[in-house]
Design a binder for this molecule. Structure first.
Ligand SMILES: [Zn+2]
Length: 158
């Protein structure tokens, strides 16, 4: 998406670029998530949603930007966003056949599921404002914080 176009939309939505960054929280983890949730007014997600596997809770973390951006999406969309995968340990990622250098391994990616085509379309269009990486699968959409804009339909592996 053209940068200035994206900025115009965000401006129209009353969202500033700095609202989307969380420099103090490169790693939101089991010890600091409560503070992060409060500081960034996260209302519609729980930390556990981002660390889906209990065994990963100890070392698991998310880049705060993913969570803040997902909350902004939730505010705009007005329907619940269900996270199916956030952080993945190497072991877990291997087991489920995730890509070797997946951004899930460093807490910079999230997968969300949708119930119908309407939700799917809304998630893609709004998500593309907040995430550079958008990969559309049959039953979920992958968003990530890669540094260059990339959108792909019919993703196979993430
Ligand atoms: Zn993914």
């Amino acid at each position: 998406m053209k940068l200035e176009f994206r900025q115009k939309i965000l401006e129209a939505l009353g969202i500033k670029e700095e609202d989307l960054d969380t420099p103090d929280f490169p790693k939101v983890n089991k010890d600091n998530w409560r503070v992060f949730w409060m500081l960034h007014d996260i209302r519609d997600f729980s930390f556990e949603e981002f660390i889906r596997r209990r065994a990963d809770m100890e070392q698991g973390y998310m880049d705060g930007r993913v969570i803040v951006r997902l909350q902004k999406m939730r505010d705009i969309l007005g329907f619940p966003i269900v996270v199916s995968s956030g952080y993945r340990s190497e072991e877990w990622n291997r087991k489920i056949g995730g890509a070797k250098n997946s951004l899930h391994l460093v807490g910079k990616a999230v997968d969300v599921v949708f119930n119908n085509t309407k939700e799917k379309m809304a998630l893609i269009s709004v998500g593309a404002l907040f995430f550079n990486g958008v990969i559309v699968y049959d039953k979920h959409i992958h968003f990530d914080l890669r540094s260059y804009p990339y959108i792909s339909l019919g993703g196979k592996q993430d």
